[in-house]
Design a protein around this ligand. Sequence first.
Ligand code: UT7
Length: 323
Amino acid sequence: MTLRAVVAGVGHYLPERIVPNSEFEKSLDTSDEWIKSRSGIERRHFAAEGENTSDMATKAALHALTNAGLNADDIDAIVLATSTADLTFPSAATMVQSKLGMTKGFAFDVQAVCAGFVFALTNANALIVSGQAKRVLVIGSETFSRIMDWSDRSTCVLFGDGAGALILEAQEGTGDNTDRGILSTDLNSDGRYRDILYVDGGVSERSTGYLRMQGKEVFRHAVEKLAQTTQTTLDAAGVTAEDIDWVVPHQANIRIINGISKKMGVPIERVVITVQDHGNTSAASIPLAMSVASQQGKLKQGDLVATEAIGGGLAWGSAVLRW
Ligand code: UT7
């Protein structure tokens, strides 16, 4: 018998305010046509004043708990991926813990920028297979609108706010790739690329800072590294691209998503795409896409799912799981 971390529930939350591309035409030298054709983004949600990362994360978590038919007392741990926590400390995860009314277990944040959810998922999987937790709430939640330079058209039109959550539950499997649950994971980072995607402020710098990106450079790394890491997890799980029912990629740019689909030989019809509606929500993008796809009836129990992401660091990784 092998312990597996199986998806028991999924949920998401999007802030009420929807901002279409045309809104940026009022203050910047940009157009709906440029944003759509270069990124695939048509609109994004922005958090309201006073609505913070832990608020959105809590709403996504409650949605996932309802979806799983569980309550907060059933959860042993919260792993929250974010680069935009409410405060420097305590972690956003512990804020979610208290907002859910949890008085036991443990909670912590993971910071791997846009790859954060894959890093959080891998950590949660390790907690479950090592027997340290039976049920883990894995959340991605971001308020990237708070680190946008609204005068920089090359970045501020690309990002959005939101949150998504998965509940992973320990279940006995047979140990082969017909098991439900996480079958393989792969994490990577290379700090030599810190200058192509970063925030020019932080606690040690005594500022908040703004996101800075050399988009073309990140794009180049993204297609190559994401195809590579996904092949690594497919091989480790003993499956091929043909076996995949759904790819749920990080939602940064439709051209990156198309490029990887082509490189891997997975038809685009089997790729979950939400970038048009959410923009790039960093660590929230994958669980948000999973939740939306599940609501649309796309992700069904037993489906083989590959997920991958890359972001600042650079940090990138992937996971293969049976839903
Ligand atoms: O989630 C973390 C990972 N992040 C990513 O994966 C992002 C990866 N990069 C990208 O998605 C793309 O590189 C972008 C969408 C950011 C940019 O697309 P691009 O095709 O690489 O365009 P570019 O940066 O080469 O810019 C082309 C032109 C430039 O003008 P010139 O130099 O050719 O005259 C830019 O100044 O487009 C200009 N431009 C804009 N024009 C209108 C840049 N931003 C805008 C804008 N509106 N918003």
